[in-house]
Design a protein around this ligand. Structure first.
Ligand code: HSE
Length: 425
């Protein structure tokens, strides 16, 4: 077996996990010969001779076989990956933002250079979902891919629901354990699972969808009243990524969702992730594994390095063989939307409203709204509202209340608010 020489970029949580898994593995023939890092002042547990601050010392070193890119700057990561491929080195990366935003380019660059890029560690940590989609499901038409694609938010929601821990403390714990991104808004606002979803759309359905075209709303806006709403009904809230094919259209989005105890995903706790697949032939499949953390993600990177050693590469089978599916946001979603004042949202954006609760503090409506509308800034950037997807099994989503009656109710409420303001003065 050939002894592989690896040049590593980045020595954070995943880089250290890779170092440990690689050196603990009993049958891996290879070593990290050089590590390129940015911070010269940081104390490192390894000999200084292993480190460099100049990327060329890896990229131009003819003795290095494989470049492993584990930094968190997507722009710099793309430059490194491009240079490595052009210099005749295959690459392993775990940078989901960079991959999601440039996958089409990376596919072309692999063809052009003849080198390979593998990125199992970028999607759902230790769950081998990309190779499973590529190899096992390469020829099966899939109907649905959904699940928990972010370990930090699942950890936070578990702590909130199981231990009644405060959101900020739970987020702090997720950061301390190395689950969260350097910028944790990427986790809590649902960007991180959206990048992963965008990557899986290529491997599951053969379509490249720019992350900007996909709706993502996270858990950062959830209010105590929303948590109580869920608890009162014996429900949990999970941040879920969805992709579904109906005829030749594929719909995809990331939203928090109410889940009941019979839902497979309700049992997925802490930093674990889960991916459910539904295929025309296999029906339902469920994959569970740690989605974040030093060793589980480091092990996924090690597995990619090992795969490169026997010349494995993604064939993008669905992309080249199907090519007739189209992404669309023309889809209605059943949502619970809570707010402080009816002025905080535009009820006319709803296609229909099935239930409402207006009061003096936190109000909510339940109704159908299109993904197209949710993509607009008035929904994406409106911090006054929180949104949670409803499931048909837990809520009657078939009712349709009259918008006129609701407007009348809001007028009454506003009068009431005036009275309350007078009383409090
Ligand atoms: N911040 C990511 C998560 C790390 O929490 O899932 C793994 O991609």
């Amino acid at each position: 077996m050939k002894h592989i020489k690896i040049g590593l970029f980045g020595f954070g949580c995943v880089g250290q996990g890779l170092y440990e898994t690689l050196n603990t593995s009993q049958n891996f023939a290879g070593e990290i010969t050089r590590i390129c890092v940015k911070n010269k002042k940081k104390e490192r547990a390894l000999p200084p001779s292993l480190f460099t601050y100049q990327k060329e010392q890896i990229l131009s070193d003819p003795t290095i076989d494989i470049v492993v890119e584990l930094i968190d700057d997507a722009t710099a990561a793309l430059e490194i990956v491009t240079a490595a491929l052009k210099n005749g080195k295959s690459v392993v990366t775990a940078n989901k933002k960079m991959i999601a935003e440039h996958l089409e380019y990376l596919v072309e660059l692999q063809k052009e250079t003849g080198q390979a890029v593998l990125y199992e560690g970028a999607v759902c940590g230790s769950i081998p979902i990309i190779r499973t989609l590529e190899e096992y499901f390469g020829h099966e038409p899939l109907k649905e891919v959904r699940g928990i694609f972010n370990g930090s938010t699942n950890y936070i929601l578990t702590k909130i629901f199981e231990e009644r821990l405060d959101y900020t403390k739970a987020l702090h714990q997720a950061q301390e354990q190395g689950f969260a991104e350097t910028d944790p808004t990427l986790d809590v606002q649902g960007f991180d699972p959206k990048f992963k979803l965008s990557i899986l759309l290529t491997h599951a359905f053969g379509i490249h969808v720019a992350p900007d075209s996909i709706v993502n709303l996270g858990i950062n806006r959830l209010k105590p009243a929303d948590l109580e709403f869920a608890r009162d009904r014996d429900l949990q809230i999970k941040l879920l990524a969805h992709a579904e094919r109906i005829d030749d259209q594929v719909y995809a989005y990331v939203l928090p969702q109410f889940v009941n105890s019979t839902n497979n995903l309700s049992a997925i706790q802490n930093e674990f992730n889960a991916v459910t697949l539904n295929g025309d032939f296999c029906d339902d499949q469920l994959f569970i594994g740690k989605g974040a953390g030093s060793l589980p993600t480091g092990a996924a990177v090690l597995s990619d390095i090992s795969a490169l050693s026997y010349d494995y590469r993604y064939e993008y089978k669905k992309h080249y063989n199907l090519g007739q599916l189209h992404f669309s946001n023309d889809r209605l979603i059943d949502l619970y939307v809570s707010f402080d004042s009816p002025n905080d949202l535009n009820l006319e954006d709803f296609e229909s409203i099935s239930a409402n609760y207006f009061c003096f503090d936190r109000c909510y409506v339940q109704g159908k709204i299109s993904l197209k509308k949710l993509l607009s800034t008035s929904w994406q950037d409106n911090d006054k509202i929180s949104l949670i997807q409803l499931s048909e099994e837990d809520f009657d989503t078939t009712q349709s209340l009259s918008l006129k009656a609701l407007e009348q109710e809001i007028r009454e409420l506003k009068k009431g608010q005036k009275i309350r303001e007078k009383i409090s003065v």
